[in-house]
Design a protein around this ligand. Structure first.
Ligand SMILES: [Zn+2]
Length: 341
């Protein structure tokens, strides 16, 4: 077993407490094996001591090895704040968008390499569109479209007739996977549980919460295979049923896991860190313009002098003048060295 520098440093810091050192080493190198009844209330599990006091914007995966069940928990602060900085959302829209951000983070946990997960709600009600995208680097961006000033309401009333669509682009030239389900239920979590019930046949429980500071979520999924503990899945469900949205929003991730599952044997893996990043670029915007009608673009140029394209995710504005457009349709690459506002 090769120790990384942090583990060695942790050994120096915690040399007087052997148990703590072992936990830190395992955590840093392979994941964190938590044996429920042995989880101490000592400082050894305080994230600050691990240099991980900012547990926000991390997703933790965990496994109940005796129960054929897995889980994920995520709590996004800076990433969610970056989404909110770009537009003022009515509270009802912000609530659903925050829950969708947490959900997309949870569902992206398994994408790798140059993959991309897109969670969409397309609907006909006051809240017409929600889009959240997460790359395999855990870069996230999100947007919503709505009419008027929607009042807080159950999801099916806020969105009306609608569809929940999940698209997973696996990258590397592979065919994207897309699944969809009619939007039902009072909450996005209920809609996603319905999605899993229909598409994956794996019992899945999802809890989501969002406010103006935090977007957070918890996912539990039963895995195929025999359960050594016949009542295990029901017991996990009963534990999670006690979870309040305020706990997801307020509590440190590891403390929350300990509260919920302190009597279960659980393996906790290294966290994935999330961050906000929009994937728009001048090149992509030019490529989009190239798909449009050249004559109409030239007409717009004649009328306005410049074509402005705003990224709906991040608000960034790209400008193209007549020389850019001429170059675009002449087959040459437009000047992408500068981004003009
Ligand atoms: Zn953008």
């Amino acid at each position: 077993m090769i120790r990384c520098k942090q583990a060695v440093r942790a050994q120096q810091i915690f040399a007087e407490t052997t148990v703590i050192y072992i936990l830190v080493t395992v955590f840093l190198e392979t994941g964190w094996v938590l044996h429920g009844s042995a989880i101490p209330e000592s400082k050894s599990l305080e994230p600050g001591l691990l240099g991980l006091d900012e547990m926000s914007d991390c997703l933790h995966r965990f496994l109940f090895e005796q129960l054929a069940a897995r889980g994920e928990i995520v709590r996004l602060a800076a990433t969610w704040q970056s989404v909110l900085e770009r537009r003022t959302y009515p509270p009802a829209v912000r609530q659903v968008l925050g829950e969708a951000v947490a959900a997309a983070a949870l569902l992206s946990a398994t994408i790798k390499f140059d993959g991309l997960l897109t969670l969409q709600i397309q609907a006909k009600g006051p809240l017409r569109l929600v889009v959240v995208q997460v790359t395999s680097e855990r870069a996230l961006r999100a947007l919503a479209r709505w009419d008027g000033e929607p009042e807080p309401a159950p999801l099916r009333d806020l969105c009306g007739d609608g569809t929940l669509i999940l698209t997973i682009d696996l990258g590397q030239g592979r065919e994207p996977y897309q699944g969809m389900v009619s939007l039902r239920g009072n909450t996005l979590a209920e809609a996603l549980e319905e999605y899993f019930a229909q598409s994956e046949q794996l019992p899945t429980r999802i809890d989501l919460a969002a406010d103006e500071r935090i977007a957070a979520g918890l996912l539990l999924q039963r895995l195929p295979g025999a359960d050594a503990d016949a009542d295990g899945w029901n017991r996990l469900g009963a534990l999670v049923a006690t979870l309040q949205p305020a706990e997801l929003l307020e509590l440190d991730t590891l403390i929350l896991l300990r509260r919920l599952f302190h009597e279960e044997d659980m393996r906790l893996f290294d966290p994935d860190a999330f961050f906000y990043r929009c994937t728009c670029s001048r090149e992509r915007t030019a490529a989009m313009l190239h798909t449009l009608n050249e004559d109409e673009l030239r007409q717009t140029l004649d009328e306005q002098g410049t074509i402005h394209v705003d990224c709906e995710f991040c608000g960034h504005r790209y400008a193209f003048d007549s020389i850019d457009i001429a170059g675009l349709f002449a087959g040459s690459t437009p000047d992408t060295s500068t981004v003009r506002h």
